[in-house]
Design a protein around this ligand. Structure first.
Ligand code: AQP
Length: 334
């Protein structure tokens, strides 16, 4: 069966961008023709310093967010990356396959390392090799992600191809990114040129999945816009990134495309459109926040789900790592 793998970092609050760009598609692919595996990538999170207590909390809350959004621990394998050691073990092999030059081209590294790249962790630089290992240690064929992960997925393909070529095997699959929906790149509510992100210091820039109805409405009311009315056709949104972003969010939340939305709201001012968007967002997101809070009341149960998921995962990853080691010439235990 074709296999799906994806994940998110427990590096802060799950937000609307994660939900529309990734999680919703994960839920859609669950229970279809795919076997689905979804991960809390805590080893990725520590590529920048995390407070240990906050990391533990964020990992559990992320798991609660997955389940509250519709992932079912029976239908999907839900795992915590650090509990499946084969991810990190295969990542080391891939560190030896990937080239420095490939990593240097990664725009996420450049963005996150900033001007002082010499001070970034080695882990942040190697991040995409660990991501390739996350995917390929399951021989996953499909990876549903937001637009921002496209470059990392191309690198995953490059690593698979180079490994297969260097060892003369046809072992790792060449994975397909799945980037779907009306909002594959949700932008900051404060700046239409930046993506909505967990690490943005401004909480007003994002809608957190844990925000209550009042907070969601307030953030949308205060979202940056331009003074013009909404156009009646998509081409009228060109060069209007903030307007485009709010329309994309509306389209995604209402399961329509941009043209359908503009047929409904074209000609309206933001003063009229924002309350419509707020109402829709609250209707779709508030129940998820409520369910997350309920799940967080029983963290032992969350820990059990992750432990069980990791055991199921290792039944897949341990043999694939062993085969990898055999291919590259490691002596097997007897
Ligand atoms: N703004 C976004 N629009 C659409 N999709 C997004 N994703 C993230 N931001 C957006 C998708 O969510 C999944 C999980 O992301 P991640 O946890 O791996 O972290 P990230 O991409 O680094 O997201 P953040 O929120 O921006 O975290 P920080 O600020 O810590 O870097 C991925 O599929 C991603 O594409």
């Amino acid at each position: 069966t074709p296999r799906v793998f994806s994940g998110a970092q427990p590096s802060g609050n799950l937000h609307l961008g994660n939900y529309l760009g990734a999680l919703r598609n994960w839920v859609r692919m669950q229970g279809s023709e795919f076997e689905t595996i979804y991960c809390m990538v805590d080893l990725h999170a520590i590529t920048v310093w995390q407070d240990p207590a906050e990391l533990r909390h964020a990992t559990r809350e992320l798991c609660a967010g997955y389940i509250a959004s519709g992932l079912d621990p029976e239908k999907s394998i839900l795992i915590n990356q650090s509990q499946v050691p084969e991810h990190a073990q295969l990542a080391w092999v891939f560190n030896c396959i990937a080239r420095m030059g490939w990593m240097q081209r990664m725009t996420q590294f450049k963005d996150k390392a900033g001007k002082n790249a010499q001070n970034a962790s080695l882990g942040l630089f190697a991040y995409p090799a660990l991501m390739a290992a996350d995917i390929l240690v399951y021989h996953a064929t499909h990876v549903p992600v937001g637009e921002d992960q496209k470059q990392h997925l191309e690198l995953t393909r490059d690593i698979a191809i180079k490994f297969n070529h260097d060892y003369g095997v046809d072992f790792f699959p060449v994975t397909e990114p799945v980037i779907e929906g009306a909002a594959t790149r949700v932008m900051s509510l404060r700046d239409g040129s930046k993506k909505m992100s967990k690490s943005d210091p401004s909480d007003a820039s994002r809608i957190n999945m844990t925000d209550d109805a009042e907070t969601i409405a307030k953030k949308i009311r205060k979202a940056k816009t331009d003074p013009d009315a909404l156009p009646s056709e998509a081409k009228g949104l060109e060069d209007r990134p903030e307007a485009r972003n709010l329309v994309d969010i509306y389209a995604a939340l209402s399961d329509q495309n941009v043209d359908q939305v503009l047929a409904e709201v074209g000609g309206k001012q933001f003063g009229a459109f924002k309350p419509m968007l707020a109402e829709l967002a609250v209707e779709k997101l508030a129940p998820i926040a409520t369910e997350m809070a309920r799940l967080m009341n029983d963290q032992t149960e969350i820990d059990r789900i992750l432990t069980r998921g990791s055991e199921r995962a290792r039944a897949i990853t341990a043999p694939i790592l062993r085969q990898t080691y055999d291919i590259i010439g490691m002596v097997p235990p007897v």
